[in-house]
Design a protein around this ligand. Structure first.
Ligand code: HEC
Ligand code: HEC
Length: 219
């Protein structure tokens, strides 16, 4: 039975290769295969992101349940040459992303977006209330807009552009916000206009608020 399935699969794969080749000639995006993504995710990425995109170490981002469009965009950003507007700097992820094909990127993104996200624990539960206020109200005197307008009431985000933040690892969120302009910034990018209005302690507060949010996927 297993052998049969394997034969059918490779035949189907052969056929889809032909379809892909002609589709790509017309500039169409590759068709995602989450089962191929799972193979790479478990073989290469699991050491840091966990077998299903829920990491066990605090510094690594949760990928489970994230929108596939956002994950694809980030993997392409790690591949983009330095100096390009789309570039995202990470000494860890740049070399890992460099070897991925467009097909592997969509396969990986499809796999992770289908996994169930867990939530995280705040580093300091005493900061959650202040983080909640920033998330819902921003800080008008400082020119900080409320995060809720783009990332939704429950932090589930809005596909395709505004990523899910609910349950994200607080150490990761804090590192991203502190290093945004240096590592992910670019003129006229939305978060690059927001981050300069966040004080360092507010970055920790909002990260701790996001950690404990439990949201269903918004799609
Ligand atoms: C050695 C540890 C490690 C491995 C292995 C690893 N990652 Fe990462 N990944 C990281 C770190 C650290 C970051 C945060 C990078 C930063 O600071 O911007 C990250 C960030 C990401 C992001 C961006 C997440 C977000 O919310 O913006 C994606 C997507 C990602 N990794 C996918 C992958 C995939 C796919 C693989 C396997 C091919 C992989 N990673 C393997 C450590 C790792
Ligand atoms: C005007 C819309 C908008 C608002 C308001 C906004 N964001 Fe974002 N945010 C974005 C977009 C767009 C991205 C994706 C950036 C990218 O693709 O690199 C993002 C990404 C992020 C990320 C990175 C997620 C990851 O997985 O790496 C964090 C963290 C974040 N936002 C936090 C916040 C916080 C905290 C606030 C409120 C202080 C906020 N955002 C307000 C649009 C917004």
């Amino acid at each position: 039975m297993k052998l049969m399935r394997h034969l059918v699969c490779s035949l189907a794969f052969g056929a889809s290769q032909v379809v892909c080749a002609s589709a790509q000639a017309q500039g169409a995006a590759p068709v995602a295969d989450p089962s191929q993504g799972e193979v790479i995710a478990k073989g290469v990425c699991a050491a840091c992101h966990g077998p299903d995109g829920n990491p066990s170490q605090k510094d690594y981002p949760r990928l489970a349940g994230q929108f596939h469009e956002y994950l694809e965009k980030q993997l392409r950003a790690f591949q983009a040459p330095a100096g390009q507007r789309a570039h995202r700097k990470s000494p860890v992820m740049q070399p890992l992303a460099a070897g991925l094909t467009s097909q592997q990127i969509v396969d990986l993104a499809a796999f992770y977006s289908r996994q169930t996200p867990a939530s995280a624990s705040p580093v300091d539960p005493g900061r959650v209330a202040a983080g909640r206020r920033l998330y819902f109200e921003g800080n008008i005197p400082d020119g900080l807009p409320a995060c809720v307008s783009c990332h939704r009431v429950d932090g589930s985000g809005m596909a395709p552009d505004f990523p899910r933040l609910a349950g994200q690892q607080p150490a990761y969120v804090s590192t991203q916000l502190h290093g945004w302009l240096e590592n992910r910034g670019g003129p006229a990018k939305l978060m690059s206009m927001i981050v300069p209005h966040l004080k360092p302690e507010e970055m920790e507060e909002v990260a701790d608020f996001l950690a404990q949010l439990k949201a269903e996927s918004s799609r």
